[in-house]
Design a protein around this ligand. Structure first.
Ligand code: HOZ
Length: 429
């Protein structure tokens, strides 16, 4: 039997890399089958090691707002690489980048660059703890903030899909400082705050959750959460690693109209390179070393290549604010097509969408939080995923993730996807 190049690569990879992948969701474990190895991408598509082409709706899990390898980012990288790859010393592009972030996201008065979303959230919680002198923090069931120990408690994303929302290796001590609340349930916050008076440093939330599928926090819930944080001296952190610069130029906070004290970013701000950032009120950020005593550092932080790609991406956003209308129009077209298919086949599966992030849950109940999200039939999602893949459509290989639309997905891409969606559902149901 002929085995594909991807399969050969996967066998080879497993000899040297745990599970053959450098991030668990990529291994296809929750949908079954074997992962594709990707050779190259351009625009809305990528090609695997066997030369098969796919319309890609992951876009590297969000950052490829303009599709794969946009010319303006490649040009910026080509220019930057001629000058050097890393200095571990300040460069001018870091100032331009920081200034641009503060301009696009007004709640961010000062910002520190790091290398990943995990680093950003980890550092933001440390900043909040250092600033308040308190240890505990609240996170929400099903929200994912990277893989620092104290976040891996009822976490979303890969941790949830692979059935280890709370990971071994997380000490009891770490877990004890993490308080768990229910998404969109303000009573659960009130209870935790009352039971841990003056002990809570921060509440961290994905204001639009993207790691238990896509779920929007309700307006009143966020407003009340903001007031409670103000009254109790708790730092409100918005994890905008997925939503920052994707759902609006000012992120989820712009469309939801709530101002956090700190925000975390990743992915998009590196234009596809490994970058993260955390920032917010100067009062808090000025407690970070070397100005203040809260230590945080990194040799590759503010790396000139990552900054150049990221600056090109953010500058493009600044100069083309209409991209969010375009993304809305494109995403609505795709979502409409999906909705019509569901109607045709008589299924009322929950579909959520905020701008260019969307999710189809295999449950007919409304999805508003972790408990309702996990009602989705993940086995059915796995079948759906493979049927879509067979037809050249690459979706997230896990139910509890988002589908991302880019500015370069075409009507032709969408029509092909809508058609494949219909065929897939007919075959699996
Ligand atoms: N946790 C990421 C999605 N929410 C997946 C990261 C990856 O595999 O690249």
């Amino acid at each position: 039997m002929n085995i594909s190049k991807s399969e050969k690569l996967f066998e080879e990879a497993q000899k040297f890399i745990p599970g053959g992948v450098n991030s668990p969701v990529r291994a296809f474990k929750s949908v079954g089958g074997k992962p594709l190895f990707i050779k190259e991408g351009k625009g809305s598509k990528f090609t695997d090691a066997d030369g098969n082409e796919y319309i890609d709706y992951i876009g590297s899990w969000g950052p490829h707002l303009f599709g794969h390898n946009p010319d303006f980012i490649i040009d910026a990288l080509n220019e930057a690489i001629k000058k050097g790859t890393s200095f571990g010393a300040p460069t001018e592009i870091e100032i331009k980048m920081a200034e641009l972030i503060t301009e696009l996201v007004p709640s961010v008065e000062k910002v520190r660059m790091v290398n990943s979303g995990t680093e950003a959230t980890m550092s933001a919680v440390r900043a909040a703890r250092g600033f308040t002198g308190r240890d505990k923090f609240i996170k929400f069931e099903g929200c994912y903030h990277g893989h620092a120990d104290y976040f891996l408690i009822k976490a979303g994303s890969g941790a949830l899909t692979l059935g280890v929302p709370t990971s071994p290796g997380v000490t009891k001590g770490n877990a004890a400082d993490t308080l768990l609340a229910e998404y969109n349930n303000i009573e659960s916050i009130k209870e935790l705050v009352a039971n841990n008076k003056d002990e809570i440093a921060a509440v961290i939330i994905e204001p639009i959750a993207g790691n238990m599928g896509v779920i929007k926090s309700e307006d009143n819930f966020l407003k009340e959460l903001r007031s409670i944080c103000d009254e109790e001296g708790i730092v409100l952190i918005f994890d905008e690693v997925m939503t920052g610069f994707r759902v609006a130029k000012g992120g989820a906070q712009e469309i939801l109209g709530i101002t956090p004290d700190l925000s975390t970013f990743g992915k998009i701000i590196g234009g596809g390179l490994p970058v993260g950032a955390f920032g917010g009120k100067a009062e808090i950020m000025n407690q970070i070393a070397p100005v203040g005593p809260i230590y945080q550092a990194g040799t590759l932080s503010g790396n000139p290549l990552a900054m150049s790609a990221g600056f090109a991406a953010l500058n493009y956003i600044k100069n083309n604010p209409n991209i969010y209308d375009l993304l809305e129009e494109k995403s609505a077209y795709l979502a409409d097509g999906f909705a019509k298919n569901l109607e045709k086949i008589g299924k009322k599966y929950a579909m959520t969408r905020i701008g260019s992030m969307m999710c189809l849950f295999f449950t007919e109940e409304e999805v508003t939080d972790f408990q309702s999200a996990v009602k989705s039939n993940t086995e059915l999602y796995g079948k759906y995923f493979h049927k879509m893949l067979e037809q050249g459509i690459y979706l997230a290989p896990a139910q509890f993730e988002a589908l991302f639309v880019s500015t370069v997905h075409s009507k032709e891409d969408f029509d092909k996807t809508i058609n494949a969606h219909y065929n897939s559902l007919i075959e699996i149901l």
